[in-house]
Design a protein around this ligand. Structure first.
Ligand SMILES: NC(=O)c1ccc[n+]([C@@H]2O[C@H](COP(=O)([O-])OP(=O)(O)OC[C@H]3O[C@@H](n4cnc5c(N)ncnc54)[C@H](OP(=O)(O)O)[C@@H]3O)[C@@H](O)[C@H]2O)c1
Length: 329
């Protein structure tokens, strides 16, 4: 391999199938307005699994290197504020969608996508969080708008990336969390994160969903959409906030105006990928300080050649916690 070549998890289309292999790629030349980063860690998010399986709504052209998250050191930069060796994080925007992403050992991205690694967070910590952590932080930031926490906060998709980190942060903030999960086997894991109550999906969805149900949650963090979000909207108390970030259950939402006009609730959409770089920096600083959580116990560390298996698992809704990709192991 040439000194400037690097390894990447490359997804290609062969007839109707999408296949992945670890390939050596030529390092691009630095362009104006961009920075070349040596990626030390990435992480696995649901969107990466969509890109890796040929979802054209995420990635238009193949061969492609997914990975919406990357943390590493600057190799070469075209701007004064970034210098060789600086430790940086890049998440979202077009990274891992149509710009080669963190499943490669080098990325070449616009300088304005880059956040400096905050003090008190290692590169490894930052990718244990990744986009899932940044999204959980955006959800927490939104629900803190309603400072009445007399009832628990519901967290759906609880054993997944966004859900598990949201529960860990709520627990750190001494806010009671009710985990809503499809996996009976995740009970000990969710308790270990600090969930005070756990409701399994079979029970949660047992009765009909009413337009306005008994209010049992102060606020809610939803990562799955569909029927679960419909139920949460009808069960959040007066002036509660519900964040909506995902659609693994369904993109369809059935609801009525009643929770909005009779309880004044807020449904807050979260789009962490396209958030302003200033807002991302603010969330990273929170994740490095008041909202800092230790994710070592809930994170699996893998090498590039172990990714395919983990991608299948996340697509099947079977992942528990986070998957960290460590390059060069
Ligand atoms: N808008 C944004 O900015 C943003 C950012 C990050 C992620 N997202 C989206 O948020 C969602 C969650 O992301 P993630 O990274 O946490 O994914 P993840 O790690 O795969 O977690 C998703 C969790 O949802 C639950 N789940 C899976 N399939 C389900 C189904 N069919 N019905 C009900 N629950 C199901 C599972 O948890 P349980 O078994 O515990 O229920 C699963 O672990 C995805 O849709 C992702 O694309 C959006």
């Amino acid at each position: 391999m040439n000194q400037l070549d690097f390894n990447a998890f490359v997804v290609s289309q062969k007839n109707d199938k999408f296949i992945s292999e670890i390939k050596s790629i030529k390092q691009p030349k630095l362009e104006d307005g961009k920075v070349l980063i040596s990626v030390k860690y990435s992480s696995l998010n649901y969107k990466d699994a969509l890109s890796a399986s040929g979802n054209r709504g995420v990635t238009r052209e193949y061969p492609f290197v997914p990975g919406i998250d990357a943390a590493g050191t600057v190799i070469e930069s075209s701007c004064d504020k970034l210098s060789k060796g600086d430790e940086v994080i890049v998440t979202g925007y077009d990274l891992g969608m149509n710009t080669f992403g963190g499943f490669g050992e080098v990325i070449h991205v616009p300088t304005e996508w880059v956040v400096s690694l905050p003090n008190n967070l290692s590169l490894e910590d930052s990718m244990m969080l990744g986009t899932a952590g940044l999204t959980a932080a955006a959800c927490i930031d939104s629900i803190l708008m309603n400072d009445n926490f007399l009832k628990p906060v519901a967290v759906s998709g609880a054993s997944g990336g966004v859900g598990s980190i949201a529960i860990s942060i709520l627990s750190k903030l001494h806010i009671s969390a009710t985990a809503i999960s499809s996996k009976k086997e995740s009970e000990d894991f969710l308790k270990g994160l600090g969930a005070e109550n756990i409701i399994f999906l079979d029970d949660y969805c047992k009765n009909d969903c009413r337009p306005l149900d008994k209010s049992v949650f102060s606020n809610a963090i939803d990562a799955v959409g569909g029927e679960i979000l419909s139920r949460l909207i009808s069960q959040v108390e007066r002036h509660g906030v519900i964040t909506c970030c995902g659609n693994v259950n369904s993109h369809i939402l059935n609801t009525t105006v009643f929770p909005f006009i009779l309880r004044g609730i807020t449904l807050k959409g979260i789009d962490s990928a396209e958030s302003s770089i200033d807002y991302k920096s603010y969330l990273w600083s929170k994740l490095a300080s008041e909202w800092k959580v230790d994710l070592h116990k809930s994170t699996k560390i893998i090498a590039l050649d172990e990714l395919s298996l983990e991608i299948d698992k996340i697509l099947a809704g079977k992942q528990i916690g986070r998957v960290l990709i460590k390059h060069n192991i």
